[in-house]
Design a protein around this ligand. Structure first.
Ligand SMILES: [Zn+2]
Length: 131
């Protein structure tokens, strides 16, 4: 699975976004180290705090299916070009590994790949709790 293929799956997942309040649709596709892909979309709620981002939807789906090791996550939004994960999603991605790659951009255009550690340097992890 290359980055453009993963981005394509994120773009497909974006079509399922439930975003009646922001009208900002996001899709994500998470590649596990075992080669499986879990997709997700943002799910909004009239009580805004109940909203969940596409990245976390994909990660939570994978975790609930027994996956724990992730290679990369691709993100697609309504915006042209790159859309990076929000702070909460960066923290959740980091929870599962400093080397997970984040792929942003378009399957039929430009894209960038960056590590989660670059997106959240000095991030707080379980290792900090156990010091
Ligand atoms: Zn987010």
């Amino acid at each position: 699975m290359n980055n453009k293929e993963l981005l394509k799956l994120a773009e497909e997942a974006r079509k399922n976004a439930y975003a009646p309040y922001s009208n900002f649709h996001v899709g994500a596709a998470l590649l596990t180290k075992s080669g499986k892909v879990f997709t997700g979309c943002n799910v909004e709620c009239a009580s805004y705090g109940g909203t969940n981002c596409a990245e976390r939807t994909a990660i939570f789906k994978a975790i609930s299916e027994g996956e724990r090791e992730f290679e990369k996550i691709a993100i697609s939004s309504d915006n042209k070009g790159e859309t990076y994960p929000c702070g909460i999603c960066r923290q959740v991605i980091l929870e599962f590994g400093r080397n997970i790659k984040v792929v942003v951009g378009e399957s039929d255009g430009e894209y960038k790949e960056i590590s989660i550690e670059e997106l959240i340097p000095c991030g707080f992890t379980g290792a900090d709790i156990n010091k």
